[in-house]
Design a binder for this molecule. Structure first.
Ligand code: NDP
Length: 455
């Protein structure tokens, strides 16, 4: 385990809401040693006391449930550096010190290539790691170029393209449920499963993040990375182990098996939307185009849906629907696996068999199974629901990711070829959307989006 972390972009939202709290959670759980050091680099001309005040406020706000000594230990281990991430000398000053360092680029995607070049020129000692956030690149071409730049800096096993969804307990449990039980795997195929809906619907709107989101949009922010990764875990062949090579090879098989979309397919099988003004609960939300910092001419989508099929033995004939949106009526964050109807209902009961649906709830984290049974009136078919609530995780997703980075375990990060393949899958969609072959539909904030999610 290495004991030095440098965060570039340490005055940003990710650091405030996830990285500092993740480190405090690691400390509280006994995973951070006393010699851990954090170099926090930002553009702000703050002195040490100003940064410490800001960081303390973020920890109080986002990690207030953790013991005060754990939060204090993270602050005590932290030193602030005003730094230009594109200047090798300035970057070298941040990463200077004994032993390898993990450089976490918590930066806007457009700044990342210049920051990687600066790290390269600053010189990384053996064992150093580079951590990158989603989206990795802005399209296939830029992802390939970024992979080349990274390959010149450190070996692939030391590149962490993190996806915090993979560190969530329920996401881990997609594999646990499938592979540690006998009941599911024999029916985990197209003969038994008709559709899989991977949904991340948010009631949150832009929340002041136009500077990032308006350049990225729903497809690149969520679907190209998190939702495709969930698809991989649902559809992958059982790996030999959960080691980095086995797991990532099997995910790569899934990505390669996704049937390439033509632009005509993209026009037929994708949707995009943008929210109008509306009410969500007791909040009045302005139209996306009225949000501060948004340029309406960019035509950024706040809703994206893509339907995919896999050309492989196990999944030929199953539909995978990936969907995400902002400012919707309610949060709905789940993977719903929909089984086919039984071939015959033998007893002449009234009512219909309720479809069997296995749901992996992502937030809140739970697991439910919709079944059909016979009701109290003996002749009725009624819905039955089994549900399990998972124990809260020991570590938040970002705590787990940071631990893996410091430990050098890359299994839950995205390999370079996976990142490129994910862009390849969506390139025809980006092309069809840029040619306006798919209308940018409008939906009121607080509605179910251009089309309701399947229940
Ligand atoms: P923010 O815009 O809040 O912060 C970005 C940071 O980068 C700030 O410290 C900012 O400094 C700095 N920065 C911006 N432009 C430059 C530049 N030209 N040169 C040097 N530094 C610069 O973004 P987030 O923290 O939200 O996001 C960072 C990354 O994390 C993104 O890739 C995002 O996708 C990812 N991410 C974010 C999540 C979140 O909830 N926030 C969740 C998951 C991933 P300054 O304050 O001076 O502008």
């Amino acid at each position: 385990m290495i004991s030095r972390l440098a965060i570039f972009g340490a005055t940003g939202d990710l650091t405030a809401r996830y990285l500092l709290p993740g480190l405090a959670a690691l400390r509280a759980a006994g995973h951070l040693s006393d010699d851990f050091r954090l170099a926090a680099a930002g553009r702000e001309g703050w002195d040490e006391a100003e940064f410490q005040r800001w960081a303390q406020a973020q920890l109080d706000r986002h990690a207030g449930h953790l013991p005060a000594p754990a939060r204090q230990a993270v602050l005590a281990a932290t030193r602030y550096h005003q730094s230009d991430v594109t200047d090798p000398a300035s970057v070298a000053a941040v990463i200077a010190g004994d032993g390898p360092v993990a450089a976490y680029l918590a930066l806007p995607p457009a700044v990342v290539p210049a920051a990687v070049s600066a790290l390269h020129d600053a010189g990384l000692s053996p064992g150093c790691r580079i951590v990158l956030e989603k989206p990795f690149g802005e399209d296939l071409h830029s992802a390939v170029e970024l992979n080349h730049l990274l390959a010149e800096c450190v070996p692939e096993e030391q590149v962490f393209r993190v996806d915090h969804f993979l560190a969530m307990t329920t996401v881990q449990n997609i594999l646990g449920t499938r592979l540690a039980n006998q009941v599911l795997e024999p029916i985990w195929d197209a003969a038994h499963i008709a559709e899989v809906d991977i949904t991340w619907d948010e009631s949150l709107a832009l929340e002041g993040r136009a500077g990032y989101y308006d350049w990225v949009g729903a497809l690149k922010d969520m679907l190209q990375n998190h939702l495709l990764q969930l698809l991989c875990l649902v559809a992958m062949e059982p790996p030999l182990s959960l080691g980095e090579r086995d797991l990532r090879d099997r995910k790569m098989d899934v990505l390669r098996s996704i049937r390439p979309l033509t632009e005509a397919d993209a026009a037929r099988r994708t949707r995009r939307g943008r929210y109008l003004a509306g009410r969500i609960g007791d909040r009045q939300v302005p139209a996306y185009t009225e949000e501060e910092g948004v340029d309406p001419a960019r035509r950024t989508e706040t809703f994206a849906e893509v339907e995919l099929e896999l050309d492989n033995w196990r999944w030929a004939g199953t539909i995978f629907r990936l969907r995400t949106g902002k400012a919707l009526s309610r949060d709905r964050k789940e993977v719903a696996v929909r089984f086919r109807p039984v071939p015959h209902l033998p007893f002449g009961h009234t009512g219909e068999a309720h479809p069997n649906v296995l749901r992996f709830g992502l937030d809140p984290e739970n697991l439910t199974l919709d079944l059909t049974g016979i009701g109290a009136r003996a002749r009725d078919l009624v819905p039955l629901n089994l549900s399990a609530r998972l124990d809260p995780p020991e570590l938040p997703a970002y705590g787990r990711l940071l631990l893996d980075v410091l430990d050098g375990n890359a299994a839950l990060s995205i390999r370079g070829d996976e990142a490129e393949e994910s862009w390849r899958v969506l390139t025809p969609v980006l092309a069809a959307w840029s040619k306006d072959l798919v209308p940018l539909e409008e939906y009121p904030a607080g509605s179910d989006g251009p089309v309701p999610a399947k229940m």
